[in-house]
Design a protein around this ligand. Structure first.
Ligand code: XMP
Length: 333
């Protein structure tokens, strides 16, 4: 599948049977393309890279080398899930790199959102390239490119302006030249999910809400500190847990916590307690260009507030962001 244009006759993949047929077709195509050579993949644990990994493990087994870079800005439990699902259950050839100290070191004191994005994107490529250089006989690079990415780059080439620099992985350095393997590049997101389930990936992974490449880095607002990042990660895990329990996780397109770099005066155990506010964002959208606010039952909000303020060190208030897009973007940075 080398063309970047989806044929009008291509049937939409909506059922397991159609997904199975697609998988068989791609397994044959990938085997024909790569032969006995090795294929490298940056496996973030997001839907697209996970589906590509599962597909390639099926097609070429240990010829696929997955590299998971933990930039220290993942959500709670995410890197552990990648190791468990791919490293253990699927027995993939997985290289795990904990680069937390490198990323947080470079980000220390940096408060401008676009500068933070650029540092994270550049360092990600650097860490990934270092791992790639250590390997021998790797000729191919697999990517979780999907059809909307191709349509986006066409728009970008036409000079349309973006509000934020959303690129996560730009080009690799000159010395690393690979041929691309992009088995899902003609699929829309809903089709990638159907294929992912047919490949046996967990429902929670395949239907995961979108998560930006710079991760919690653009939710720990301003200059990132380890203590505030930790508080954000814990508060976000509570929000996700409560949304899972009450069924909102299936209804809300994206939901998360942002923690700004401000403190307010509060009280805990009869003493003054200065802490950060945790801001809840829960939005619905079709294409992320505009977004509306999901109505969250008060009982759920009260539970979340009670848990976050009781369980998370450093947070003394919880706010709910009622701003649609526009004027607010979905992320705060
Ligand atoms: P905004 O904040 O622009 O977000 O309304 C729209 C969607 O894009 C995601 N987002 C990003 N995704 N890298 C990404 O991969 C980024 O730098 C980035 N910034 C925002 C955001 O989570 C939302 O789904």
């Amino acid at each position: 599948m080398s063309s970047n244009v989806r044929p009008e006759t291509m049937e939409r993949i909506t059922t397991k049977a159609l997904a199975d047929a697609f998988i068989e077709e791609q397994i044959a195509a990938v085997r024909a393309q790569v032969g006995d050579k090795k294929v490298l993949l940056a496996l973030s644990g997001g839907v697209d890279s996970s589906v590509v990994a599962a597909l390639l493990i099926k097609a070429i087994g240990k010829q696929l080398v997955c590299v998971h870079v933990n930039h220290g800005l993942m959500r709670k439990g995410e890197s552990e899930d990648v190791i468990k699902i791919f490293g253990q259950e699927m027995d993939a050839n997985l290289i795990y790199v904990d680069a937390t100290d490198r990323f947080l070191g470079l980000l220390a004191g940096v408060s401008d959102p676009e500068t933070k994005r650029k540092i994270i994107g550049k360092e990600f490529i650097e860490v990934f390239a270092e791992e790639a250089r250590k390997l021998e006989d790797v000729t191919f690079l697999a990517q979780g490119t999907i059809y909307p990415d191709i349509l986006e780059s066409v728009k970008a080439a036409e000079g349309k302006k973006a509000v934020k620099s959303h690129h996560n992985v730009g080009g690799l350095p000159e010395d690393l030249k690979f041929e691309l393997v992009e088995p899902v590049k003609l699929l829309f997101k809903d089709e990638v999910r159907v294929v992912g389930e047919a490949l046996g990936l967990p429902h929670a992974m395949v239907y995961r809400q979108p998560f930006p490449g710079p991760g919690l880095g653009v939710r720990c607002l301003g200059a990132i500190t380890r203590d505030r990042l930790h508080a954000l990660r814990e508060a976000d895990a509570i929000l996700r847990d409560e949304f899972d329990k009450c069924g909102l996780a299936e209804k809300v397109w994206q939901y998360f916590i942002a923690v700004p770099d401000i403190k307010s005066v509060g009280v805990k155990d009869d003493s003054r307690y200065e802490g950060w506010p945790a801001i809840i964002r829960a939005v619905n959208t079709k294409d992320a260009m505009t977004a509306t606010i999901e109505e969250i039952p008060y009982a759920v909000l009260h539970k979340i507030v009670a848990r976050i303020t009781a369980e998370v060190e450093g947070i003394n208030r919880v706010l709910f962001d009622l701003t649609p897009k526009p004027t607010g973007t979905i992320e705060w940075e």
